[in-house]
Design a protein around this ligand. Structure first.
Ligand SMILES: [Zn+2]
Length: 151
């Protein structure tokens, strides 16, 4: 049963305009809009604003990112984690390889942000050709990673 409690909209101020709903939510990416279902949340009759509970926005985003990745054929969170472990590099090192901002790879691995097509292709290339890492400026450090010289 959906809660029938109503309250004033905290966004537009309309009286008792907030109602509970489980209507699909729409998440927009550059590549398209994806419809996410299965969430119950408050929505304003007057201004249309949806209010998600703490943590719910992240869950909605993750669901949308998973749909988009499946639809667009992009790497999943698990695959990004796996390729990074195979390459023996940290999140910060992968960010530096790809030229993306600090924290980006963590957000991809948590599934809250959809990686762009270019980064996705570059990650696939690195995964299948780890020898390219030094070409991209990866600094080989002694004693760790897949390029450690065997004695
Ligand atoms: Zn409102």
């Amino acid at each position: 049963m959906i809660d029938q409690t109503r309250r004033d909209c905290p966004v537009c101020g309309a009286s008792l305009a907030m109602h509970w709903t489980d209507e699909p939510l729409h998440e927009e990416f550059r590549e398209g809009t994806y419809e996410v279902t299965g969430f119950t949340y408050e929505k304003c009759d007057a201004c249309g604003e949806s209010l998600l509970r703490a943590g719910q926005a992240d869950e909605v985003e993750k669901a949308a990112v998973a749909l988009a990745r499946a639809d667009l054929g992009r790497l999943t969170s698990e695959e990004i984690l796996e390729l990074r472990h195979d390459l023996g590099i940290t999140q910060a090192e992968l960010e530096s390889q790809l030229g993306v901002g600090t924290g980006t790879v963590g957000r991809w691995e948590r599934g809250t942000v959809l990686q762009g097509a270019t980064a996705d292709r570059l990650m696939r290339i690195l995964w299948s050709h780890p020898e390219l890492l030094p070409e991209l400026g990866y600094v080989v450090r002694e004693g760790r990673g897949p390029y450690r010289k065997r004695k």
